[in-house]
Design a protein around this ligand. Structure first.
Ligand SMILES: O=P(O)(O)OC[C@H]1O[C@H](O)[C@H](O)[C@@H](O)[C@@H]1O
Length: 528
């Protein structure tokens, strides 16, 4: 395509919304009109399915659940008056609670103000709050947030050590929709012990965000925690940023949650349009479908050229991959769907892996996220007439061009600045694009059956560990691995038993290992 034709294509496909100052450019995705036409029937169905979803259909049939994250920013759309009231009251409660915390009306027993937050949660109960904190938290927030998003003891220590002198003024928000996920439960138990170690009454610091009636909810109520906020059955973890999960931590950091909700609401309106070319989420879904033949054959690389958006790709990784990565489609057919997502930020990544993107295996398409405003205030020149921001902008344009010349396609999303409104809009844009794409390829984008397998396997290992420890405790003489596995009654699980023993030994826990550590047949195992 020559320069004039490309310029025409750019104009033909450029999407712009004045209210948000938002642009979407898919001109560098090489689909043609015939492709768009061929996909039209699928889009017609997807638009109809999406409309039904928004009206309260059971869009997650396996779990028999409605899918209602769109109602969070427009409660008038909720299918029942009760749901509408719930949404409104929760946001009011968040606002009221935040005001009281920030004014010192609600304060810790031994200090006049809360200074910090430990947020404990994983997956959808962490990634949104982390992304938003990185993107929007002021330089000096009223409360500084710290995340425990794993069951890594060293990671937990790091947070608790850093906060050692401020624990007495640190709020703890435990976030778990199910209220039973092991990682946040473990984090909560350890943090609770740390508070007890400092003679602090954990319940005066703790807040739960969870489903009503969950284990976490029951615990919080029985121990009379500072507050609880609801997580709804009809909001999935990966689409929960604009529920209490994301709104409470954001508000406590001084982020304007109303602007986030408003930005999302505007984007929801824009992406409800039943016309591919005038619906930015549909344009994204079309582009993804084109890039990967509707089978995820190409990875989605997401590169925001703005430090504060660093975690956007990580956030999208869960949203896209947990939603679309499915073995079966809605008819039960084996399809192995999905789109792999990765990326950090530009121009930083240009000095890491963009070499491969430009010249190596062409198994991806790029999404550039461009922010028009360089910074607040004027920029000094780093060369005559040129600023840092000019470089960043030039590097984005240059990389887009260099990729295109080498037949690598790209999408460019442009926002005027990173603020609560545009971040809310970005979240809503990708939620809708994922939903539409899910309908295009006929998968249930709202369940995650594959996640259960790893959880179950981990539970089996922990069970085996208990048995191993019991056998060793009752043995007077050291055992070989084979003997130990036999006594446990799990000879077929000898490798797992070896790994359990090695881990316990490395941590000085109840097990002694003798012999050559590199020769597994020489090992003699006994209780400490
Ligand atoms: O919020 P929770 O119930 O603790 O769930 C946390 C996360 O873990 C699960 O395994 C799912 O894969 C995620 O979708 C979810 O966000």
């Amino acid at each position: 395509m020559d320069a004039a034709a490309l310029w025409q294509r750019y104009q033909d496909w450029l999407y712009y919304d004045e209210g948000l100052g938002f642009y979407l450019d898919v001109s560098r995705m090489r689909f043609d009109d015939a492709f768009v036409e061929a996909l039209q029937p699928k889009f017609d169905r997807a638009f109809a399915d999406m409309a039904a979803l928004e009206e309260g259909a059971i869009a997650n049939p396996d779990e028999n659940r409605m899918v209602g994250h769109y109602w969070l920013r427009d409660p008038d759309l909720a299918p029942t008056p009760e749901i509408k009231q719930d949404i409104i009251q929760t946001v009011e409660k968040i606002e009221d609670f935040t005001k009281k915390v920030l004014s010192g009306n609600i304060h810790p027993p031994q200090a006049s103000r809360f200074t910090d937050i430990i947020s404990i949660g994983i997956g959808g109960s962490a990634l949104g709050p982390q992304f938003v904190a990185e993107a929007l938290s002021p330089d000096f927030p009223p409360l500084a947030i710290h995340f425990i998003d794993n069951t890594d003891p060293a990671g937990i220590d790091r947070i608790l050590t850093r906060l050692r002198n401020r624990l007495a003024s640190t709020l703890v928000i435990v976030i778990s929709k199910s209220g039973g996920t092991p990682e946040p439960r473990n984090g909560m138990i350890e943090v609770k012990k740390a508070y007890a170690g400092h003679n602090l009454d954990f319940s005066k610091y703790a807040i739960a965000i969870t489903s009503e009636g969950s284990n976490l909810d029951n615990l919080a109520k029985s121990e009379n925690w500072l507050a609880t906020f609801p997580m709804y059955d009809w909001v999935g973890g990966r689409t929960s940023e604009l529920s209490a999960v994301g709104l409470l931590p954001a508000a406590l950091q001084g982020i304007d949650i109303w602007a986030m909700l408003a930005g999302a609401k505007v984007m929801d309106t824009l992406t409800r349009v039943h016309d591919v070319k005038n619906n930015p989420a549909a344009m994204l879904a079309l582009s993804w479908y084109f890039a990967g033949n509707g089978r995820g054959e190409k990875d989605m690389v997401v590169l925001p050229y703005k430090d504060s958006l660093l975690l956007f790709s990580r956030y999208l990784q869960q949203l896209v991959m947990e939603s679309l990565g499915k073995e079966k489609d809605l008819d039960g057919k084996t399809v192995y769907q999905g789109i792999a997502v990765y990326g950090n930020k530009g121009s930083t990544d240009q000095h890491a892996y963009v070499q491969q993107l430009r010249e190596g295996v062409a198994n991806f398409f790029m999404t550039f996220i461009e922010v028009l405003e360089d910074r607040q205030g004027a920029s000094p020149e780093v060369e005559p007439g040129v600023t840092c921001g000019d470089y960043l902008s030039g590097l984005l344009q240059g990389t887009r061009l260099a990729l295109y010349e080498n037949h690598r396609d790209s999408i460019t999303v442009t926002i005027p600045q990173v603020n609560p409104r545009t971040v809310g809009a970005l979240i809503a844009l990708y939620e809708r694009a994922v939903g539409l794409y899910g309908f295009l390829v006929n998968v249930n984008a709202y369940h995650q059956p594959g996640v259960e397998a790893g959880k179950k396997a981990a539970a089996v290992i922990l069970d085996l560990q208990r048995q191993v420890c019991q056998v060793l405790a009752n043995e007077s003489k050291p055992l070989s691995l084979t003997q130990l596995a036999e006594k446990v009654g799990a000879s077929d699980r000898i490798e797992a038993i070896y790994k359990i023993v090695r881990h316990l030994y490395a941590n000085g826990r109840s097990v002694k290992l003798q012999g050559n550590l590199g020769d597994l047949n020489s090992l003699q195992i006994s209780a400490l």
